[in-house]
Design a protein around this ligand. Structure first.
Ligand code: 13P
Length: 378
């Protein structure tokens, strides 16, 4: 194992107020998001959408790493340039999702375990040859009546640790993603307790599998009330609960925490990340960054909708979200930044079916909420 390479790569992933852009949706998930916007669910449309993302000008000012999917890491621009080369030329580190999805956990109704350990060494070696320098694995933990159970948490934590150890042995930095879902009516404290329990288990298993903490990144959920909890928390409450939970569970040797967005609106994800960095500036042992998919991509996807003529506007929206999240890392994000988005990208154009296109940012948030159903097997 080249420890120094892993340490350097992990640090680079969270360096300089930047974060990660997750564009590793599996084909079924990508297709589902396309279908909801009337975009044809073909390999070519997925390729065109990912080309839009990787060719967005100046993204490297805000993004250190991009997480790709098996199909995407093998694709090229329409001019025949490998996506991995386009990304690397932009100063961004290519990464890859290596789990094969969350499946029902036998004996534990309503709970899931992420699969993909079989053959992982071979796949990781191939991805490394294709240019990936880090890899992601997402475990999914639901909150509900009597869940999460110890059995589910243990099974997922063990798989995360085995995957992380394999990645490090092959020279790839693991992005360890235990996601406690926000679906449900539970309150903030319940999410705090579940996240606390999950992270304790994850680090116990990482230690048992001899994962080098200095050469990994943690990708957790924020501590949030369930999306249908009648008592929602304000931005500062979420920031405080999240940081308190992480301080109890995440060792200082870990160089960075890069949050998933989990179905929050793009604006709230930025505001909450900002509050963490503002309120705890200089007092946290790890970088507090982002590794968002929907909270960076969703506005751009809604503008693009498969139309070539919308590519530039969609790229503006994508860059805008990346810039907001860069500001959130610095603690300088302000909701007023949202009105700086170019007009062409805040409002659907006459080409778009206006009855279904969200016209304002708050409508984007509501729309994103409606897309949140059954996101188990991303
Ligand atoms: P979201 O930010 O949309 O939750 O996605 C992050 C991710 O990588 C899911 O695996």
């Amino acid at each position: 194992m080249n420890k120094q390479l892993l340490i350097d790569t992990a640090r680079m992933l969270v360096a300089g107020a930047k974060g990660l852009l997750a564009m590793d949706e599996s084909n079924p998930t990508c297709n589902k998001r396309f279908a909801s916007l009337g975009i044809p669910q073909t390999e070519e449309m997925r390729r065109a959408y990912r080309e839009l993302i990787v060719t967005t000008p100046d993204l490297g000012q805000c993004i250190n790493g991009m997480i790709l999917y098996d199909e995407t890491i093998r694709q090229q621009t329409k001019d025949g340039i490998d996506f991995v080369k386009v990304i690397s030329d932009a100063g961004i580190i290519p990464g890859i999702k290596v789990d094969t999805g969350a499946k029902e956990l036998a004996g534990f109704p309503g709970e899931l375990v992420t699969e993909g350990l079989d053959g992982l060494v071979t796949r990781v070696r191939e991805y490394a040859r294709l240019g990936a320098r880090f890899a992601k694995w997402r475990a999914v933990i639901a909150i509900g009546a009597g869940i999460p159970t110890r059995g589910c948490i243990g099974a997922n934590a063990h798989a995360l640790a085995r995957y992380a150890a394999i990645c490090q042995a092959e020279g790839l930095v693991p992005i360890v993603e235990p996601e406690v879902l926000m679906t449900g009516t539970h309150d903030l404290q319940r999410c705090f307790d579940a996240t606390d329990q999950v992270l304790h288990a994850v680090f116990e298993h990482l230690h048992a599998q001899r994962v080098m903490l200095e050469g990994m990144i943690l990708k957790p959920n924020m501590v949030l009330p369930g999306s249908t909890c009648p008592q929602q928390a304000d931005v500062d409450e979420v920031a405080d609960a999240t940081v308190r939970c992480l301080l109890r569970t995440v060792p200082a040797a870990v160089p960075g925490v890069a949050f998933l967005s989990g179905g929050q609106s793009a604006e709230l994800a930025s505001a909450r990340l900002n509050a963490m960095n503002l309120r705890f500036k200089g007092r946290l042992p790890w970088a507090v960054a982002f590794s968002f998919a929907r909270a960076i991509q969703q506005p751009a996807l809604e503008i693009w909708r498969g139309h070539e003529a919308q590519v530039q506007s969609a790229q503006h929206a994508l860059l805008h979200r990346a810039q907001c999240n860069r500001a959130a890392r610095l603690g300088t994000y302000d909701v007023a930044m949202e009105s700086c988005m170019p007009a062409s990208s805040t409002v659907g154009t006459e080409m778009l079916p206006s009855e279904s296109a969200p016209a304002t940012l708050s409508e984007h948030a509501t729309y994103a909420e409606s897309l949140r159903q059954n996101e188990y097997t991303r």
